[in-house]
Design a protein around this ligand. Structure first.
Ligand code: BG6
Ligand code: MG
Length: 219
């Protein structure tokens, strides 16, 4: 029986990857480190400090822990400025409709994002009220592909993990969902997300009935 649906944020609810890219790009340019949209793909679902380290790998300087924290803060300040441009228009197709349909059916909804800015993003998109619980990325010790954030989200809903289904656009997130014991819906294709149990192009292709069906057939 489907009790809860756990959503990733970036790439599932909205496409903030481009804003993350712009903020990182400005920092990389300042440091004279090559960085492009293709490399940005590797940062999807990766937390802030780990993302910074992946970028700095392509430069030849070493940074102290203090410097790393400053650089991560600098990127985040810029990212927060960019978030001010976000409006409900940035919701991916079908998200609001799906969230409302789940609520109507009594299915609980949580956010399981690695982003510490997730609450701000939900506010800007105007969908905060449609979430029953938002997992705190800052309180999670082990990042995706570890199961922690999805288990935390299920716990926050008060729904057993085996009654939840997860929705992700990144392979690390799909692995995290599976490690939490849940079926994984991929926003993408067999090629981009080979481990997802089902694939759809956008959340507009999802309905509560379909998610229920996929929950039932999951081993
Ligand atoms: C994830 C994004 O959702 O959040 C990553 O896919 C990002 O690109 C991560 O690095 C952390 O985000 P934030 O907002 O805490 O810096
Ligand atoms: Mg994502």
């Amino acid at each position: 029986i489907l009790g809860g649906v756990l959503f990733d944020l970036d790439g599932v609810i909205t496409d903030t990857a481009e804003l993350h890219y712009q903020a990182w790009k400005e920092l990389a340019d300042e440091l004279n480190i090559p960085f492009d949209r293709e490399y940005n793909e590797k940062l999807k679902g990766v937390d802030r400090m780990a993302s910074l380290k992946l970028i700095l790998k392509n430069g030849d300087r070493e940074f102290s822990q203090d410097e790393l924290v400053k650089l991560a803060d600098q990127k985040n300040e810029r990212y927060k400025e960019l978030l001010e441009t976000l409006t409900p228009d940035a919701l991916l197709p079908g998200v609001r409709k799906l969230l409302k349909a789940l609520r109507r059916d009594g299915i609980l909804v949580a956010l399981a994002s690695a982003s510490r800015n997730a609450p701000t993003v939900l506010d800007r998109l105007g969908v905060t009220d449609l979430f029953d619980y938002v997992a705190d990325a800052g309180a999670v010790a082990l990042q995706k592909p570890d199961a922690e954030i999805f288990l935390n989200a299920a716990e926050g809903l008060g729904v057993h993990p085996l009654r939840c289904i997860g929705i992700e656009d990144a392979e690390a997130g799909v692995l995290a969902i599976h490690r939490a014991g849940m079926p994984a819906v991929g926003i993408g294709t067999e090629e981009t997300l080979p481990d997802a149990d089902h694939h759809v192009a956008t959340p507009a292709d999802l309905t509560p009935a379909l998610l229920r069906e996929w929950m039932e057939e999951f081993p």
